[in-house]
Design a protein around this ligand. Structure first.
Ligand code: GDP
Length: 446
């Protein structure tokens, strides 16, 4: 998870509200001080943190009703203020499937541009978009090879040149070729360095003028904390930055500062990078991000993601079941399938309330475990999958487990493990169904 340390401190402080003598004024003050300290340690600017603390205090004081649950009130105020601090002022560019979306990536050398382009390409390719890449970094030796290697791994077509020195020519030719071939997304990697400092912006402007990108994405290194503000402003003014991707937020203490500083430049953050692997990449949405950071889970983000992967009939049935608080083994199967399209399973699990814990509880190679689970489910009968026979309570439960283990080439203990996971998950869905947490979602849209 991104910003592990900050998340942990914030959660620990908020938890005090229930453990130390309810939510007296004294406790609330301590909690707010701790939260402020945690944010400052994550390099969020002192001014921003102070203003935020005052707003939270004012909100709490305004609510004089003593019957209101103070813990919930403080939690909600903290959550709302963090969201508003991270909410970018402008909306990002939305890609259309009806055209070739040309996206140009800019940023200083070493920020993670080439890696981010690969992650971005993988993210959309997995969702079924036709993606391509163009390397017009002719300054750094090896830049084209790096992009080529990534593209080959992802099975995405690429364009570049070992002999052409003019990045503008490469960009023009690459974009023209992929436009002709009706690619839905063309990602352009630009150089992050130039012979002369001022030349860098000039080159970006020339490429931009030549290919007229639909969006310019600024990739920035999140390890620099709030110091990124000036850099972000510089790029914002020079090349009409449409959105930002912040990288290297894996376990880095200053990430909070980087995020709040970018939000302050009014450029929307669209993705976060959290590692060197292609899967270490997640869409950014301030509300979902804060909910996850505070450990509230992100059921909405999870649903949005599910809807963006192939919308199959099976998934619609599962959603309809979940809204009713029902969750069969077939639903579990459908979820495994959809989740594997969404990327790394451990990350997807982190979005589900309570599921992050389950992911770490399962330990080891989660993706391998889920594969085994799918084999096991393949050996279920239709009635068992659909819950017409409840395997949990069936009198011949043990026999069924043994049959399924034989059929799937697994050990009965592994089948038992899957049953336990299902029980937990189904219990949670049922609780959410009853509490109305799954409600309010537009069934027609699913
Ligand atoms: P570019 O010069 O901007 O194209 O940067 P690269 O994509 O070559 O990345 C520079 C270094 O940062 C490489 O070693 C990457 O593996 C690493 N990197 C990129 N993104 C991340 C990230 O999100 N987390 C971590 N830990 N490393 C990253």
């Amino acid at each position: 998870m991104v910003l592990v340390e900050l998340g942990r401190s914030l959660r620990a402080s908020l938890n005090k509200l229930s453990t130390i003598g309810g939510a007296s004024e004294e406790v609330i003050a301590t909690v707010l001080n701790e939260i402020s300290r945690a944010l400052i340690e994550a390099d969020v600017s002192v001014g921003l943190v102070k203003a935020m603390k005052e707003k939270i205090k004012a909100k709490i004081e305004l609510t004089s009703d003593s019957h209101i649950n103070k813990k919930k009130l403080v939690q909600k105020a903290v959550q709302d203020e963090l969201v508003s601090m991270l909410q970018p002022a402008t909306k990002p560019y939305l890609m259309s499937r009806k055209k070739t979306n040309v996206i140009m990536f800019v940023g200083l050398q070493g920020a993670g541009k080439t890696t981010t382009i690969a992650k971005f390409a993988g993210y959309y390719a997995r969702k079924g978009w036709k993606v391509s890449m163009v390397c017009c970094d002719s300054f750094r030796a090896g830049a084209f090879d790096q992009l080529k290697q990534n593209a080959t791994k992802l099975r995405v077509p690429f364009y570049g040149s070992y002999t052409e020195a003019d990045p503008v020519v490469i960009a023009e030719k690459g974009v023209a070729q992929f436009r002709k071939e009706k690619y839905e997304i063309v990602l352009i990697d630009t150089s992050g360095r130039h012979r002369q400092e001022a030349g860098l912006f000039e080159e970006m402007q020339e490429i931009s003028a030549a290919v007229d990108p639909d969006n310019t994405v600024f990739v920035m290194d999140g390890t620099q904390g709030q110091a990124v503000y000036d850099q972000a402003m510089g790029f914002h003014d020079a090349v009409d930055v449409g959105s930002v991707i912040v990288t290297k937020l894996d376990g880095h203490a200053k990430g909070g500062g980087a995020l709040s500083a970018v939000a302050a430049t009014a450029s929307p953050i669209i993705f976060l990078g959290s590692g060197e692997k292609f899967d270490d990449f997640e869409p950014f949405n301030a509300k979902s991000f804060v909910a996850k950071l505070l450990g509230f889970g992100d059921i909405r983000g999870f649903m949005d993601e599910l809807q963006s992967v192939k919308d199959k009939d099976a998934e619609k049935k599962t959603q309809a079941n979940m809204i009713k608080g029902k969750f069969t083994f077939r639903d579990l199967y459908t979820k495994f399938e959809s989740m594997s399209k969404m990327g790394s399973l451990s990350k997807v699990m982190g979005m589900m309330p309570g599921m992050g814990g389950m992911a770490s509880m399962m330990g080891g190679d989660m993706d391998a475990k889920f594969k085994t689970f799918k084999f096991i489910l393949d050996s279920f009968s239709d009635d068992e999958l659909d819950g017409k026979i409840d395997i949990h309570t069936a009198p011949d439960r043990q026999k069924r487990i043994e049959r399924i283990a034989r059929g799937s080439g697994t050990h009965p203990a592994q089948v038992e493990g899957l049953l336990q996971q299902h029980k937990m998950f189904a219990g949670m869905v049922s609780k959410m169904g009853k509490s109305g947490m799954m409600g309010g979602m537009d069934e027609k849209k699913m």
